[in-house]
Design a protein around this ligand. Structure first.
Ligand code: IPE
Ligand code: IPE
Ligand code: MG
Length: 243
C-alpha cells in the first residue's frame, strides 16, 4: 500500500475527490457484531482518515456519499440510527473542522431529514461557512436522479415565468441548477467494498471522472487506501474525448 511519500506531487493531484462509502453492514457482519449500526459507527474514523489524507495532499473538495435517497427504504431503526450517528459525528468533529479550515456543506433532499439532525447540520454549515481550505460536501438523502428532477423543475419554472427560452438552455443552465453549482466536477470517484456501480451518485458530475474501486470495506479504509487511489489516478490519461 502507498504512503504519502510515494505520491508524486509533481503530477496532478485530484482537486475534487468523491467517495461512495460502502460496506459498513458487511464489516459489522464480518466482525460478528449484533447490529449493522456498529459498522456505520466504525466508519466515522474512516471519514477522519479521508480528511487527513485530503489535508496532506491539499485536495480542495471532498464529497462523501453518506446516505442515499434510496437508503430511506431501509428499516426505521437503521435510518434513525444513521441520523443519530450523523448528528454525533458533527458534534464531535466540528471543533476540529473549524481548526483545520474545513467548510461543511450538504447536498440532497435535506427536507426529508429529521428536524433535530437537520438543526445540528445547519448549525455546523453556518458556523464553518467562512472556512476555505477544504469543502467537505456530505451527500445526504441524496440521489442524482432526484437532483436532476429538481434542476428540471427549476428550469421549467424559469421558462414558464418567461425569463428563459427553451432554445437558450445549455449544459451550463443545467449545471447551474444542481445542488452545489460552484463545486467543480469530481476528478476521482472512489467506491469501497469492491462494488462496481454508481448507485445514483452524482450522475451529471461524473461524466469524465476517473473511477477507482477499492476492495476494502469502508470501516477499514485509511489514508493508505486513499493514497493508493490517488497513485492510480496519476497513472491515468484523461482525454475527454479528444486525442
Ligand atoms: C454504506 O454501508 C453506508 C450506507 C449506505 C448508509 P452499507 O450499509 O451499505 O453496508 P453494506 O453495503 O450493506 O455492507
Ligand atoms: C450507496 O451504497 C449509498 C451510500 C454509500 C450512502 P448502497 O449500499 O446504498 O448501494 P447499493 O444498494 O449497494 O447499490
Ligand atoms: Mg451498501
Amino acid at each position: 500500500m502507498a504512503d504519502l511519500r510515494e505520491i508524486d506531487t509533481a503530477k496532478p493531484v485530484p482537486r475534487h475527490v468523491a467517495i461512495i462509502m460502502d460496506g459498513n453492514g458487511r464489516w459489522a457482519q464480518q466482525h460478528k457484531l449484533r447490529s449493522r449500526l456498529q459498522g456505520h459507527e466504525a466508519g466515522a474514523e474512516s471519514v477522519r482518515a479521508a480528511l487527513r489524507a485530503c489535508d496532506a495532499l491539499h485536495v480542495r473538495y471532498l464529497t462523501l456519499f453518506a446516505f442515499s435517497y434510496e437508503n430511506w427504504k431501509r428499516p426505521k431503526d437503521e435510518t434513525d440510527g444513521l441520523m443519530r450517528l450523523l448528528s454525533r459525528f458533527i458534534e464531535d468533529n466540528i471543533g476540529e473542522l473549524m481548526e483545520r479550515g474545513i467548510r461543511l456543506r450538504a447536498i440532497g433532499r435535506l427536507d426529508l431529514m429529521p428536524a433535530d439532525t437537520r438543526a445540528v447540520l445547519d448549525a455546523a454549515i453556518a458556523r464553518s461557512r467562512g472556512n476555505a481550505k477544504l469543502d467537505l460536501v456530505l451527500a445526504l438523502s441524496y440521489g442524482a436522479r432526484q437532483e436532476l428532477v429538481d434542476a428540471a423543475r427549476s428550469i421549467a419554472a424559469a421558462v414558464q415565468e418567461g425569463g428563459l427560452s427553451p432554445a437558450a438552455i445549455t449544459e451550463q443552465t443545467i449545471a447551474s441548477r444542481l445542488y452545489a453549482p460552484d463545486v467543480p466536477d469530481p476528478d476521482l470517484l472512489i467506491r469501497t467494498s469492491g462494488e462496481f456501480r454508481v448507485s445514483n451518485f452524482l450522475l451529471w458530475q461524473i461524466s469524465y471522472t476517473e473511477l477507482y474501486v477499492a476492495p476494502v470495506l469502508w470501516p477499514d479504509f485509511r489514508e493508505e487506501h486513499f493514497y493508493d487511489a490517488v497513485r492510480d489516478y496519476q497513472r491515468r490519461d484523461r482525454r475527454y474525448g479528444g486525442r
